[in-house]
Design a protein around this ligand. Structure first.
Ligand code: SAM
Length: 281
């Protein structure tokens, strides 16, 4: 079962879009600007947020394959995308939507990426993953990049947690809470010991080793009173993860969370985005 509920995914979607690194996105968009059509595979797609965020920037004829192991998220993706579209038609294996003069075929693939490391259809041009790679392991990253390079596929991986965390005003337990959270992020999330905050450096090194041209940049979540519901949910998530590690006493975690919910004015969670394309493309 996934802990990535549709409620959590919809809460984070507006800030995810705002946080994308524009230079990294531009590199991706420029790579495909002369294509008439583009075929994209979105790994760990959740409810299809990347379709809504990135399709407006890509060629006007698109085919997306959304891959996730959570059937609830994929079925939510179908109705959220239909709602987002100007018009929708059902197809044998998904939906065909039109939004702002862009035609998008969307197929849904229920699959466990831990065991299926190349789920993309034969004609794929671009593989996308949003908020996925930090859950995966170093060995899984090696495997998938090996498969990508065999097919000379480009990769856009956005919103990978990079370990940087800062809250204001500061609390005496912040450092220990954040360090324990980073430890939790390296625990197995279904792919072996997670790359966690090291995911982007592992991606960069591995992709460069395969001759890819790589662009990366920061894409932090900057939360404040305007993003209070997301900020509070994030703080609760940090507290739950730290409780799981047993690195702090339950009373310390509770004290930190109570103060943080009452007093936090701003919270920054570091992410990095990366785009990589085979050198000859
Ligand atoms: C943090 S959410 C991101 C969702 C979406 N990409 C977004 O940005 O809104 C991670 C997604 O990866 C999916 N996921 C996690 N482990 C997976 C696995 N082993 N196989 C397939 N999907 C997986 C989860 O179900 C969830 O939808």
């Amino acid at each position: 079962m996934s802990q990535f509920t549709t409620e959590w995914l919809s809460l984070r979607e507006p800030l995810d879009i705002k946080s994308h690194n524009q230079n990294v996105l531009r590199n991706c968009v420029d790579t495909f600007k002369n294509h008439e059509t583009i075929s994209i595979c979105d790994l760990g797609s959740g409810t299809g947020a990347s379709v809504r965020a990135i399709s407006p920037l890509l060629p006007k004829q698109q085919c997306w394959t959304l891959v996730d192991h959570d059937a609830k998220n994929l079925s939510a993706a179908k109705y959220i995308l239909a709602d987002w579209a100007d018009s929708t038609q059902m197809t044998s294996n998904g939906i065909s939507i039109r939004r702002s003069e862009i035609d998008i075929e969307v197929k849904f693939l229920l699959s466990d990426l831990a065991t299926e490391t190349s789920p993309w259809p034969p004609k794929t041009d671009l593989v996308i993953a949003s908020a996925l790679f930090d859950l995966t392991s170093n060995s899984w990253i090696s495997k998938i990049i090996n498969k990508l390079s065999e097919r000379k596929l480009s990769l856009l991986a956005v919103l990978n947690f990079d370990g940087r965390m800062k809250a204001n005003p500061s609390h005496v337990l912040d450092e220990r809470m954040f360090e324990s959270f980073r430890v939790h992020q390296k625990r197995d999330k279904g792919f072996g010991a997670a790359a966690g905050p090291n995911a982007v450096s592992v991606l960069e090194d591995t992709l460069q080793g395969y001759g890819y041209k790589v662009t990366s940049g920061n894409s932090p979540w900057r939360m404040n009173s305007e993003s209070r519901p997301l900020m509070n949910e994030t703080l609760r998530g940090i507290a739950a993860a730290v409780t799981d590690t047993e690195m702090l006493k339950k009373s310390e975690v509770k004290n930190w969370l109570d103060k943080r919910i009452a007093q936090t004015e701003s919270l920054i969670i570091g992410h990095r985005d990366i785009f990589a394309r085979p050198k000859e493309q």
